[in-house]
Write a protein that binds this ligand. Structure first.
Ligand SMILES: Nc1nc2c(c(=O)[nH]1)N[C@H]1C(S)=C(S)[C@@H](COP(=O)(O)O)O[C@H]1N2
Ligand SMILES: [Mo]
Length: 321
């Protein structure tokens, strides 16, 4: 018997019926409370509004994080997704997430830190400017996209909770809402989705807590209202719709590692020299670059080798994949 093991998204083509066109999408935005109140980096009561809608954000472009490639279109970024809570096909998250309610939103902060508890999203972000950073997202399935994220350096957010010296890792958890997330009513993965980083990875300046893209709040399919971005790692580390942050002494479990430990490790650093057991990681297909995309070489640490290589000095990256 052949058991088809799930993996972080399939390379199945999007059926036209699954595509939410940009105009349909934009019409759905309705009118938002215009007043993304001043102060607090543009966050107010209109932070995220009704399901399916996005609001403008006040963002400051950070030119330090740019790429020579043009960003993918808003359409590509919001209709070609992996978010198994809403289904397995690339078009499923856009098609099935309109009933998901990303507001109001709280995050529970727990574990090895001085300040723990449940906090409103606005309070966690208070006082932090929202930066726009263009990063390449490299999926473990060997495709990539260029995305202008809006977010706050993860380190800045984490430091306000004063992690103790026992905080060696940070664990993240996605919301569990089977009533709003049809994929969670299936057993394809252990729910809720969980991920984690070593504390030095979490505190690295590249790590971003994203709250938007293209200058607007995150659409549900991209992980509203906040998700993780670690651009030197495979996309599945970028856990979406985060409701819990926990500082831990031991390495936390991660969903894809639980699902298929020989295929997906805890580190998941982009590495063209360490192939997935079932396919090569040497090259990637650029989404949106022509009908079949263009295949280009994958760069070590997704192009961030200079910045992050020192985090893994002395580690055998074939073993710690
Ligand atoms: N909770 C949750 N987070 C998730 C996933 C998921 O299925 N569930 N998929 C991951 C994978 S495999 C990728 S490639 C990225 C895709 O992010 P995007 O859809 O915003 O491009 O989200 C990651 N975060
Ligand atoms: Mo992925």
């Amino acid at each position: 018997m052949l058991i088809r093991r799930p993996r972080p998204g399939d390379s199945a083509a999007i059926r036209p019926s699954e595509i939410t066109s940009e105009s349909v999408y934009l019409n759905r935005r309705k009118l938002l409370q215009a007043a993304l109140a001043a102060g607090v980096a543009g966050i107010g009561t209109g932070w995220v509004s009704e399901a399916g809608a996005v609001a403008d954000l006040k963002v400051q472009r950070n030119p330090k994080y740019s790429l020579s490639d043009a960003p993918n279109s808003y359409e590509d970024i919001t209709t070609y997704n992996n978010f198994y809570e809403f289904g397995l096909d690339k078009g499923a998250p856009a098609a099935n997430s309109s009933r998901f309610k990303p507001a109001p939103w709280t995050v529970s902060v727990q574990g090895e830190a001085e300040k723990t508890g449940t906090f409103a999203l606005e309070d966690i972000l208070k006082g932090h400017a929202i930066e726009e950073r263009v990063y390449r997202l490299r999926c473990v399935e060997a495709w990539s996209m260029v995305i202008p994220w809006a977010g706050v350096p993860l380190a800045d957010v984490l430091k306000q909770f004063k992690p103790t010296s026992k905080a060696k890792y940070v664990a993240f958890k996605t919301v569990l809402r089977p009533e709003e997330m049809p994929g969670q009513r299936s057993g394809v993965l252990d729910w809720p989705y969980v991920e984690g980083l070593r504390i030095d990875e979490a505190m690295h300046p590249l790590s971003l807590l994203a709250v938007g893209l293209y200058g607007k709040t995150l659409p549900n399919q991209n992980g509203a209202p906040l998700r993780l971005i670690t651009p030197w790692k495979y996309g599945f580390k970028g856990i979406k719709s985060i409701v819990e942050i926990r500082f831990t002494e031991k390495q936390p479990p991660s969903t894809w590692n639980i699902s298929a430990p020989h295929e997906y490790g805890f580190y998941a650093n982009v590495n063209p020299k360490v192939d997935h057991p079932r396919w090569s990681q040497a090259r990637e297909r650029k989404i949106g670059a022509g009908l079949f995309g263009s295949r280009v070489p994958t760069l070590m640490f997704n192009g961030y080798e200079k910045e992050v290589a020192s985090l893994y000095q002395g580690m055998d990256l074939k073993k710690f994949y």
